[in-house]
Design a protein around this ligand. Structure first.
Ligand SMILES: *Cc1c(COP(=O)(O)O)cnc(C)c1O
Length: 441
């Protein structure tokens, strides 16, 4: 990796004027900030032309690579027509078409789309809507939320209340509402010999015991279906979701599927919850929705929920809003993204791609320091034994000088690449990660 004055000047200016997210800024006294000048396909290029394979899809948002010609063309076309108009009292073709097409993708079961700008705002919307639904239905005691141990649902105050990541949450404890965490079906935590499915069933039992006692006060259970991302790509058996659906129905509790990361084909089906054959009451989507181009989120819900708000009384309506709700450019990027799923038969083609990547990663899986190598759809993850607190930062640096952008979560190393990764890029990713691991004691 070469560093010129051009690179150095930009990263120094960035350190001064930009407060970077999820970062102790002082660490950047030694750890470089990477100045990206342009990007194409799976590759990011810095100001000196060094390249980095974007193996984390730019924080889990990119689907079809950077600078995708069809998304670019759709955005340029949309720019000539309408960039944005407020969505209260106004509407436009892209938001209507997107809502209709997303609804169709749920078989029409989630036919009402409420938009936000990012994942955390989708979580806020789902929590508020669930609470307000029960209130409108005369069940004013239903004010509590349940989430899974280790879950991540965003970091605004409401979303952080149902998030269970100590590093993000503990500092703000006094600002947050209490919520309840039930055991996670994460199969890494299964005792020796217990299958992922049996572990899921045992965790469902714990959920049942909680609901039996507390259902009258519980508004909703929120889950990340199949893969809990920030928990370290914790994967679980779909049986847990089937059980959760049955229990939520039995006890009159909403099921919120936070598919902000798992949606749009990431787990091998278009939505992760499809693999359990269930439909949630609320579905939160963001990240990949625009192919990784623009901030947009949506909460989709049932006609039953929608009808509980439909009334002559204004305050029975859902009065929530964000300035950029339903932004026309973002919706148009989302439509172009849905087009690509069809044109390129993405879900089908990803199956072969995922198998190919799993084969390429076998030497990593067999590495003596590696445990729990796992894969769901277009996500791969593994645990590194004996890794210390600085491991993730050191591996990040070791991978970066080998042209690969990795961002380990503690001792978990994962790949969440754009879906267009070629065979050569898969091999490079696996080989360079192995080299980086060996260079990071
Ligand atoms: C990223 C993420 C969020 C939060 O989305 P932001 O756009 O970062 O606010 C919520 N839930 C899950 C599962 C996520 O992966």
């Amino acid at each position: 990796m070469q560093t010129s004055t051009r690179n150095t000047v930009l990263l120094t200016r960035s350190r001064t004027a930009v407060w970077h997210p999820c970062t102790q800024m002082k660490q950047h006294e030694t750890l470089p900030i990477v100045p990206i000048a342009r990007a194409r396909g799976c590759w990011l290029y810095d100001c000196d032309g060094n390249r980095y394979l974007d193996a984390v899809s730019s924080w889990w948002v990119n689907l079809f690579g950077h600078s995708e010609p069809r998304i670019n063309a759709a955005l340029i076309d949309q720019l000539q027509k309408l960039e944005h108009v407020m969505l209260a009292g106004f509407t436009h073709e892209p938001v209507v078409e997107l809502s209709e097409r997303l609804s169709a993708l749920t078989g029409g079961k989630l036919g009402h789309c409420f938009y936000g700008s990012d994942g955390a705002s989708a979580t806020e919307i789902a929590l508020k809507m669930s609470f307000h639904y029960w209130r409108n239905s005369g069940k004013t005691d239903k004010t509590e939320f349940i989430s899974l141990a280790g879950s991540y649902h965003g970091e605004t105050l409401g979303a952080l209340s149902v998030t269970d990541v100590a590093l993000f949450k503990d500092t703000y404890a006094l600002l947050l509402r209490q919520s309840v965490q039930v055991p996670s079906p994460d199969w890494r935590q299964a005792a020796g010999g217990v299958s992922p499915r049996d572990h899921a069933l045992a965790c469902a039992k714990a959920l049942e015991q909680h609901l039996e006692k507390h259902h009258a006060r519980t508004a909703a259970l929120i889950v990340e279906p199949l893969v809990q991302g920030a928990a370290g790509m914790a994967m679980h058996d779909p049986e847990y979701l089937r059980q959760a659906r049955v229990l939520c129905d039995r006890y009159g509790v909403h099921l919120i599927a936070d598919e902000i990361m798992t949606g749009f084909g990431r787990t091998g089906t278009f939505f992760a919850h499809e693999q359990a054959g269930i439909t949630p009451d609320f579905l939160c989507l963001s990240k990949g929705i625009t192919g990784g181009y623009l901030p947009l989120s949506v909460v989709m819900t049932t006609d039953t929920v929608y009808q509980a708000f439909y009334d002559d009384k204004v305050t029975r309506g859902f009065l929530h809003s964000h300035s950029y709700t339903g932004n026309a450019l973002a919706c148009r990027a989302a439509l172009a993204t849905l087009d690509i799923f069809k044109q390129d038969d993405v879900i089908q083609n990803n199956r072969a791609r995922a198998q190919r990547m799993t084969v390429a990663a076998q030497p990593l899986a067999a590495h003596p320091r590696v445990r729990h190598f796992r894969n769901t759809g277009m996500i791969w993850a593994l645990e590194v034994d004996g890794a210390d607190a600085s491991f993730s930062r050191r591996l990040f640096e070791a991978a970066l000088v080998r042209e690969v952008l990795l961002r380990p979560i503690g001792t978990t190393v994962y790949f969440m690449p754009p879906y267009i990764l070629s065979d050569a890029e898969m091999d490079l990713l696996a080989t360079r990660t192995l080299e980086a691991l060996d260079a990071t004691p």
